[in-house]
Design a protein around this ligand. Structure first.
Ligand SMILES: Nc1nc2c(c(=O)[nH]1)N(C=O)[C@@H](CNc1ccc(C(=O)N[C@@H](CCC(=O)O)C(=O)O)cc1)CN2
Ligand SMILES: Nc1ncnc2c1ncn2[C@@H]1O[C@H](COP(=O)(O)OP(=O)(O)OP(=O)(O)O)[C@@H](O)[C@H]1O
Length: 193
């Protein structure tokens, strides 16, 4: 029998596939507006190139770079923590249909040098619990960061549609809570983690 996370993931992934394109595009535009104004003062941001169903516009990383932010993008390297490269060069199609940057690899530790990490999620709860796609890529990547923000680590921001910000999502001990969530209608909100 599929575990609790798998069942919730299936439901949320189906919801994303069924979401009308016009609704998705309006949500993407709202999220980009919230994030661009909040993140434009940052020095370095770890973003990602979205899949076709995700609530971030495909141009978001380039748009943020265009306002002077250094933007890093993830590269999947098997079961290791994600590697990173700058968003300023060409992209290629990497593992599982994800677009990946082709520039020099900065190494997994580069994530720690960012002010903010945008974290993809299928859902987030009010305590910062995050449900990802199940690869554990972000959990492994974020695990080495200090637990407390006072110890100097990036702000972790999950990006979801309105109806994916839930009271509770299934989590386990390896799941790293996020510090904030951005939704189209709610904007960028800090979470009590
Ligand atoms: N945009 C984005 N980049 C990311 C992630 C993510 O969730 N979103 N990841 C987070 O860890 C890592 C890649 N992990 C992934 C895990 C599963 C699938 C996946 O299920 N792909 C489907 C196609 C989905 C679609 O088109 O919507 C497939 O292979 O069938 C993709 C990426 C790193 N980069
Ligand atoms: N810090 C870690 N070190 C090693 N393995 C880990 C770590 N965190 C998670 N994993 C493993 O990764 C797999 C997927 O974890 P989980 O279901 O929490 O993924 P997820 O959070 O949905 O995915 P992602 O982080 O890619 O968005 C599990 O087998 C889990 O044991």
């Amino acid at each position: 029998m599929a575990d609790a996370k798998t069942q919730v993931r299936r439901r949320l992934a189906a919801g994303r596939r069924e979401r009308p394109a016009a609704e998705r595009d309006a949500a993407r535009a709202a999220i980009a507006g919230h994030l661009t104004s909040a993140l434009s003062p940052c020095r370095r941001v770890a973003a990602y190139l979205p899949l076709s169903t995700e609530p971030l516009p495909p141009t978001f990383a380039a748009d943020l770079a265009a306002v002077g932010v250094t933007v890093l993008l993830p590269i999947v390297t098997g079961a290791s923590p994600l590697d990173w490269a700058l968003a300023d060069g060409p992209v290629t199609t990497g593992s599982r249909g994800i677009s990946e940057p082709t520039g020099p690899r900065l190494g997994p530790d580069a994530v720690a040098t960012c002010d903010v990490v945008l974290v993809p999620a299928l859902a987030v709860d009010h305590a910062g619990g995050r449900l990802g796609r199940g690869g554990g890529h972000y959990d492994r990547t974020l695990a080495p960061l200090p637990t407390r923000r006072a110890d100097g680590r990036p702000w972790l921001v999950a990006v979801v549609f309105d109806d994916e910000f839930l009271d509770r999502v299934p989590t386990d001990a390896l799941d790293r809570p996020v510090d904030a969530v951005v939704t189209p209608s709610g904007g960028l909100r800090e979470l009590p983690t």
